[in-house]
Design a protein around this ligand. Structure first.
Ligand SMILES: [Fe+2]
Length: 245
């Protein structure tokens, strides 16, 4: 059994006092981590599913690393549209428990990342040549920052994966389909599907975009997702928030 916590969309700044939509993203993260402190002790790994930084600064990544270091857990990360992948890599490699996530095998599970980042775009694009990426383990969880299927929230759906046909093609080349597609980006707990595969998105640690938000109102609650991947290929997940919903 593999236990993982997914932290997504922390949107940190170099200057911890800077607010985003009136919210201290640093304070939201720290409050969440304080709440889940004992639960995090039981996980095998932490996965960061993108948008760690809001200002793309090295210091913002250092702020994240310092917040997670006390847990002494391996941290696997991949970039979101707000990140600078080069700065992220150069900065986080200074911390020995942090690893870029491309393909990770834990027990019978493979955690495979598809890169959806296109420089200068908030929407997601898959590169056309994914032939080197194959699902090789018994069971697979496919991870990507952007969501491949609309969640029904207009404000974020316009920034979803723009070329889902590449994902379809990738999946059609596989002998076995992934058990689940895991995303960040949407700032909300959504469950959809893509080509019969469940798509599960994590709440952001900083704030959520409500489904109907004509004036880009935000919900200041922060959350994360605890995952359990069983040896028989089934999985469970639980959303945890820093305040009562
Ligand atoms: Fe994003």
């Amino acid at each position: 059994m593999i236990k993982i916590i997914q932290l997504s969309d922390t949107h940190l700044h170099a200057d911890k006092s800077i607010l985003l939509h009136g919210i201290s993203t640093q304070e939201r993260l720290e409050k969440l981590l304080a709440k889940i402190k004992s639960k995090i002790k039981n996980v095998d790994a932490i996965i960061l599913s993108g948008d760690v930084s809001q200002d793309r600064s090295a210091e913002s990544y250092i702020n994240l690393a310092k917040a997670l270091q006390p847990f002494k857990k391996p941290v696997y990360w991949f970039a979101g549209n707000h990140d600078d992948p080069r700065v992220m890599r150069d900065t986080l490699q200074q911390f020995d428990t942090f690893h870029p996530l491309d393909s990770l095998t834990l027990g019978p599970w493979q955690f495979l990342v598809l890169d959806t980042i296109l420089e200068g775009s908030n929407a997601g694009y898959l590169v056309e040549n994914n032939e080197s990426l194959i699902l090789e383990n018994t069971f697979c969880a496919l991870l990507m920052h952007h969501h491949p299927t609309p969640v029904g929230a207009e404000s974020i759906d316009k920034y979803k994966l723009q070329n889902p046909e590449i994902l379809e093609e990738f999946l059609s080349q596989q002998k076995k389909l992934p058990a689940v597609i895991i995303t960040g980006h949407v700032h909300g707990a959504y469950q959809t599907s893509f080509a019969t595969i469940p798509v599960i998105s994590s709440p952001a640690t900083c704030f959520q975009f409500p489904k109907v938000a004509p004036n880009l109102e935000i919900d200041p609650i922060g959350g994360c997702t605890f995952w359990v991947f069983h040896d028989n290929g089934t999985f469970e997940y639980e959303y945890v928030y820093n305040e009562k919903r």
